[in-house]
Design a protein around this ligand. Structure first.
Ligand code: NAD
Ligand code: WQD
Length: 337
């Protein structure tokens, strides 16, 4: 298939482009590079030996998206083009709602005009809010407490409503848990701008000496060791899940919702110790007060994706720790060479 990957230069997008190319699909990327570098795409092409057609466009701009669809035959769209910093979304709600919701609407509008009816959407476990664990796809969604999370709920709703009136459409809402890791080559990986918010990029920057000490946000949660528990998933497993979902959309119409997680919870300190062990390093850390808005513990019920997509996360927490460090070690400045 010829797939338009919106946000394909980013962290998850670049790994998904690689897996798509390796699976024999053709890839067209639309990305405005607001949180990524074109270098990621150059490296994906190097790794696969296959070309990517790149459009440096903002997918909220209808005319620019229209031009892509006029110039290219497209069989399906994967939409990664979102802003994703939770704290920033509280500070800049208009920017987040505009970017993340209008991008979904614009893609739907142009796809409809061109008769393209397969849509894979990057959703998030954040849509479950503070629900009972494990999170199951059938749960009623609870409020997410920040604009970022609401943009995911809204986009899910928009796509569900579109699919309800377009009998030919098939939509996959993929709810990611906590993606970490990198391609085993260390050539592509997560390249956060500024001080990382997320745990793993912070840990790797402490390991490289770029940051002094990790701050562990709270050790008084009702969890195994008092620190927050998450379902960390290797980005390569996640990328493979997208390809499986896309293939499923060729067989089935309507809206398909899948958790993409491992089904296992890992605490902050368990992750830190796994990282130390996998890489033979020490990560100095301080226990600090809880971070506002954090939930004590969540992980996926990952059985639906296994049952229906034949997909199951295969890589271990050790693989994730080793590959994250391999990327950081080889690229201390990210894609800035
Ligand atoms: P990322 O920032 O690395 O990638 C997003 C890409 O989209 C970037 O290359 C950015 O330049 C591009 N982009 C953003 N807005 C755009 C626009 N209007 N037009 C064109 N390009 C645009 O983030 P990521 O971690 O790869 O996340 C990809 C998607 O997955 C996002 O939608 C994010 O919300 C979602 N998600 C991420 C996580 C996570 O922890 N990384 C978890 C759940 C869901
Ligand atoms: C993981 C754990 C922290 C940093 C966020 C979004 C979510 C999704 C993924 C997009 C928590 C602790 C972290 C640090 C720490 N993104 N931590 N010190 O918060 O589960 O999820 O990213 O959809 O929507 O909310 O991920 O990596 O920030 O935190 O102790 O410096 O690590 O408190 O327990 P989170 P995270």
């Amino acid at each position: 298939m010829r797939i338009l990957v919106a946000g394909g230069a980013g962290y998850i997008g670049s790994h998904t482009c690689l897996v798509l190319l390796e699976a024999g699909h053709e890839v067209i990327v639309a990305d405005n590079l607001c949180n990524s570098k074109e270098e990621s795409l150059r490296r994906v092409q190097q790794l696969t030996g296959k070309p990517i057609l790149f459009y440096p466009v903002d997918v909220t701009e209808e005319a620019a998206v229209e031009k892509i669809f006029q110039e290219q035959h497209i069989d399906g769209v994967i939409h990664f083009a979102g802003l994703k910093a939770v704290g920033e979304s509280v500070e800049q709600p208009v920017r987040y709602y505009y970017n993340n919701v209008v991008s979904t609407l614009t893609l739907c509008k142009v796809m409809k005009r061109h008769g393209v009816n397969k849509f894979v959407f990057s959703s998030s476990a954040t849509v479950y809010g503070e629900n009972a664990i494990p999170f199951v796809e059938t749960m009623q969604l609870l409020p997410t407490t920040n604009p970022y999370g609401e943009t995911k709920v809204m986009s899910e709703r928009i796509l569900t409503d579109v699919a309800a009136v377009e009998p030919d459409w098939s939509v996959a809402l993929l709810r990611y848990f906590n993606p970490i890791g990198a391609h085993p080559s260390g050539r592509i990986g997560e390249d956060p701008q500024g001080i990382p918010n997320n745990l793993m990029p912070y840990v790797t920057q402490v390991a490289s000496g770029k940051r002094e000490r990790l701050r562990v946000w709270g050790n008084d949660y009702p969890t195994v060791d008092g620190t927050g528990v998450r379902d960390y998933i290797h980005v390569m497993d996640l990328a493979e899940g997208h390809v499986r979902a896309l293939e499923k959309l060729c067989e089935e119409k309507g809206v398909l919702v899948y958790n993409l997680g491992t089904g296992h919870g890992v605490s902050v300190l368990q992750l830190v110790h796994a990282f130390e062990k996998a890489n033979d390093l020490t990560i100095p850390y301080d226990i600090c007060p809880r971070r506002a808005g954090d939930i004590a513990e969540f992980y996926a019920d990952a059985s639906k994706a296994e049952r229906e997509l034949g997909w199951k996360a295969a890589r271990t927490i050790e693989d994730m720790c080793r590959d994250s460090w391999n990327w950081q070690r080889q690229n201390p400045q990210g894609y800035e060479v």
